[in-house]
Design a protein around this ligand. Sequence first.
Ligand SMILES: [Zn+2]
Ligand SMILES: [Zn+2]
Length: 393
Amino acid sequence: MNREWLEKDFYKELGISSGATQDEIKKAYRKLARDLHPDKNPGDTKAEERFKAVSEAHAVLSDPEKRSEYDEARRLFANGGFGRGGFSPGGGYGQGQGGFGEFNLGDIFGGAAGSTAADGGLGDILGGLFNRGGGATRTSTRPRRGSDVETETNLGFREAAQGVTVPLRMTSPSPCTTCHGSGAKPGTSPRVCPHCNGTGVISRNQGAFGFSEPCDDCRGTGSIIDDPCVDCRGTGIQNRTRTITVRIPPGVRDGQRIRLAGQGEAGLRGAPAGDLFVTVHVSNDKVFGRNGDDLTLVLPVSYSELVLGTTVSVPTLDGRVGVKVPAGTADGRTLRVRGRGVPKRSGGAGDLLVTVKVAVPPKLDDEASEALRRYAEAEKAGGFDPRAGWAGA
Ligand SMILES: [Zn+2]
Ligand SMILES: [Zn+2]
């Protein structure tokens, strides 16, 4: 039994009722999987997450045995089978959620810090439920991997294109340094809960069913703190702000979410750390735009430059480059400079796309006006009609 299941509503995920048949489950899944498939939604992280969630929901609900376990666990959960501990299923160690005084799934499943009960918790509750008549099965609690952490950062256009090292400030819960996570005032220790003998669970027999539920006296932790640590108010956890330096790879896009493995919260009892997810916001640039790995810019030119041709020095992310505008280039045409765009992860770089745009002088002096008038006559005499073939002419 996967403890994360309880926090999820697989039926809602697939948009079906809890009484759905296997056929309905299959149909709902197929449709969603088609719509949300990453190949169909490239770069859409929301669709990707939904795709994963839908796949997980299907994996559980399409297996009748897993589905009935899930249903029973959900039923127990909804009936308050876990006691009155102010249990918050959506809780956990996410930032900004506070409420560590409350019971949360992490406590139940992982055993709270300082708990003398290495086992116990939901493993036993479910063990008791699903192994009826099989005697007490002790499920050992594996060390809990640290939580993933979400954060955001704002990058300049060129930083994002070229990659940058940025400091990230993060506030996340970590074991209290004063009491080393025990929750008890330094010099004192939590004592074993006499009500549950430190197991954190109370067993109850109802006919053929053996039930276990978290102990009310110690709220499932197995220990009682008489003298709480003042710094963490007995929770054993403090919010700590830390600054880490992360390397953002070149070529990130606005809104992209980057995963930095092992940079999340530390795991409890030597378990691996969680991952850090950084959502990147990229500001606009005055000169450059982006189209995937291609860098775009608009190059102002004069009419005569387009007609006669010229070479113009344009900026790139890395120095300047001379762009040749061939004689007779049409206004609005885009010229491609290979390999001078945004660096790619796979090596190399996209292209620089230079779009020419005629700048019309707001005013000409007498000499230039006179020359232009003469030019206009010569152009006409030469047979050029800008509207030849236009609008049915
Ligand atoms: Zn403390
Ligand atoms: Zn107890």
